[in-house]
Design a protein around this ligand. Sequence first.
Ligand code: NCD
Length: 360
Amino acid sequence: MDKPNEVTVQNYKGWEEFYNIEKSNKLDFFLYNGRMIDVLFSQQFDRQFLNNMSQLATQIRRMALTKMGARKLSGLLSHKRAMLYFVQPSTRTFISFLNACHILGMKISEIRGTTTSSEVKGESQEDTIRTFASYVDLIIIRHPEAGFAEKTAWLLNQNKQPVAVINGGSGPDQHPTQALLDIYTLERSFRNIGGMDGKKIAMVGDLKRGRTVRSLSYLMRNYKDVTLYFVAPEVFHMKDDIKSFLKKHEIEFHETDDFASVMPHVDAIYMTRIQKEYSEAPAQETEIYPEFHFTKEHLSVIQSHCIIMHPLPRRYEIEVEVDKDPRAVYWKQERNGMWMRAALISYIFGVDDEIAAEFQ
Ligand code: NCD
């Protein structure tokens, strides 16, 4: 076929109404027998859940060190199949989910773009998803539309046999599994200095379109006395929805474009890149903002325990010479993603108890 057919648009009654319900009022819809099976947005996670996931990630990490432990892990979900449907570019999220599935012994299938699926023939997105559901037990989705993963869960939960759905990045909106691995990284880094409570965290860069900082901000309601510093140029300020959420939950935050003044006071600096792919006028958009870069000179300015994070990929926000400093944790953070995603999948399928039992 030379030219793809236009994708069929189907009208699903009830979806718009469901999508407009406030997130905190529809959490039960994503449970099955009392267990979360669809992981779609960060507002689904409470502190107990975050603590449990971090503990489980560490247990999996430890078990995977030995051949016996790894063998045990790989038998846990050998009867389950997962579909990775990634129609937006991805390196880490895709590979870490893939390896998380491997660790647990799951079989996987993948689609990495709409050009090789029947969407070229004009099949609707919803029918495409239903097709996956015929074959697998879990669908992991990265998609440019904010509500697509949620719509998938909404559709599939109307079936008797539920299929779990995980959001691996929904346009410029959310990236809940990144938020989980970010919390895990923060908690691990702060384990000798009292954990997350009372910490000051700077988020730097494109806060307007960066889904990672948005999802992570929502999680702050689970910790005591956290202060956020949103450091961004005027055009990339954090959006009002997040700011209203923080106000509602009485979480202190400050907005500034003066990175240098914030650096010496914070416990963590979370760097992000400019998300140019969402630009309406990419040719006119400035891509490089040196005042918002972290350089090796800054290493002497920050506190001795202050960690530097980045969801990656990076552009010019962090100089490579910073990588050698033990406070630069972004490569660890990346690896943490695999353990955390394995933890999440084992929780969804209810084999977390079998892992915990190894440590009793
Ligand atoms: C991030 C993403 O895709 O939102 N990457 C990731 O998943 N680790 C950050 C980004 O692309 O800038």
